[in-house]
Design a binder for this molecule. Structure first.
Ligand SMILES: NCc1cc(CSc2ccccc2)c2nc(N)[nH]c(=O)c2c1
Ligand SMILES: [Zn+2]
Length: 370
């Protein structure tokens, strides 16, 4: 197994590292934040907007695209890149998390997941092999194994059963993945039990994947516990392969997880919060509908050079939000994604210059408003 990851520099005073992941559609500089585009679009922005704000790689989702418009239709368009006019790397999640979020609509057996479409209630089924086949049809650069995401809290017995099943499914996913160009990542489950997670790492490395993801975190557990597990398990994940922390997180979570050795992140927070009028800035969060912004001529963040901050005032953004204008979502999303992608660019530079621990201190010192 040759790794798609190259390590460029390792911080001298923490686990942070600077690297790159080679994929069919280009090389991704890490640490990296990946905007979420569940239904073949990053909501509210165009591929040109994404390139302008610096996005390197985006996420799609097997479950959603499988039920609508269907992976065979997307295959007939030459795959997801052509269908959505995005010619850079795409990572697709296996749908494991979304299927289990459907709760009582889902039945798990050794064979796979039987579930009802959240759109029309039709009965569907995905085996680990099906999830690989769907992602091969989508042509994503990085595919994820179908996994079972353990709820929080869960008993040790529930965690053992679910993690063991995820491990057996991972073996089947690896065996089903013929197309070598696309990368396949294994997902580490284990609930809040470090020993189960350590065993899962060993088993996945034995099978052999192109990268390893920490799943089953940010599922309602305290942030401290999420970081404890991330720190302990990241240290056990192969250093010469990409480490991906799924569905995480706030800007603070990203800084803390990079500090502990994580390379890749995704989260709906910058895009979802943008649509709800919650904006990220270098000094903290800003709620645009707050009356204090009504006549404020300043941009959202005077340290930001995104399209939104270069052309629009807080007053105008508040007006758009109060008027429920479509442009509100577009401009707020451009700013929030630019903030997240820009934060990772500043993190990469700090690691290159071996001053990440200092960067981390300065990052917190500037966060005044909540
Ligand atoms: N709560 C974190 C989280 C998020 C996602 C989803 S990441 C995502 C979301 C939308 C689109 C693409 C990827 C997960 N996906 C899988 N397969 N397993 C997990 O344990 C897990 C945990
Ligand atoms: Zn901005």
């Amino acid at each position: 197994m040759t790794s798609p990851f190259t390590l460029h520099s390792q911080a001298s005073d923490c686990a942070a590292r600077r690297g790159e992941v080679r994929t069919l559609h280009g090389t991704v500089q890490t640490p990296v934040f990946m905007p979420v585009g569940t239904q073949a679009t990053v909501k509210g922005v165009t591929p040109e907007n994404l390139k302008e704000l610096g996005a390197q790689i985006i996420l799609g989702n097997t479950y959603h695209l499988y039920i609508r418009p269907g992976h065979e239709l997307i295959r007939s368009f030459g795959g997801l890149h052509k269908f959505m006019n995005w010619d850079q790397p795409i990572l697709t999640d296996s749908g494991g998390f979304q299927i289990f979020s459907l709760k009582d609509l889902t039945k798990i057996t050794e064979e796979g997941a039987a579930f009802k479409s959240h759109l029309d209630g039709s009965k569907l089924f995905l085996s680990p092999e099906d999830a690989v086949a769907v992602q091969e049809a989508l042509g994503s650069d990085i595919m994820m194994c179908l996994d079972t995401c353990i709820p929080y809290p869960a008993t040790r017995e529930e965690a053992i059963a679910s993690t063991d099943l995820t491990g057996r499914w991972a073996k089947r996913s690896r065996a089903a993945h013929k197309e070598r160009g696309q990368l396949l990542f294994g997902i580490i489950q284990g609930g809040m039990y470090p020993d189960l997670r350590a065993k899962a790492v060993e088993e996945l490395v034995e099978v052999g994947f192109d990268g390893y993801a920490l799943g089953g975190l940010s599922v309602g557990e305290p942030a401290e516990l999420m970081m404890e597990i991330t720190e302990e398990i990241a240290a056990l994940m192969p250093a010469d392969y990409p480490r991906y922390l799924m569905g995480v997180g706030t800007p603070e979570n990203l800084v803390e997880a990079v500090y502990r050795g994580i390379d890749m992140f995704d989260c709906v927070m910058p895009t979802r919060n943008a649509r709800n009028g919650m904006l990220f800035t270098s000094s903290g969060r800003l709620v645009i509908k707050n009356a204090r912004h009504q006549d404020d001529q300043r941009p959202v963040d005077e340290e930001c050079d995104c399209y939104t901050c270069r052309h629009y005032s807080r007053a105008y953004l508040r007006h758009l939000f109060m008027a429920r204008e479509i442009l509100s979502s577009q401009l707020n999303t451009i700013h929030n994604l630019h903030y997240y992608v820009g934060l990772m660019a500043r993190i990469r530079k700090a690691i290159e210059e071996d001053r990440f621990a200092q960067f981390r201190q300065e990052f917190y010192a500037k966060r005044t408003v909540e």
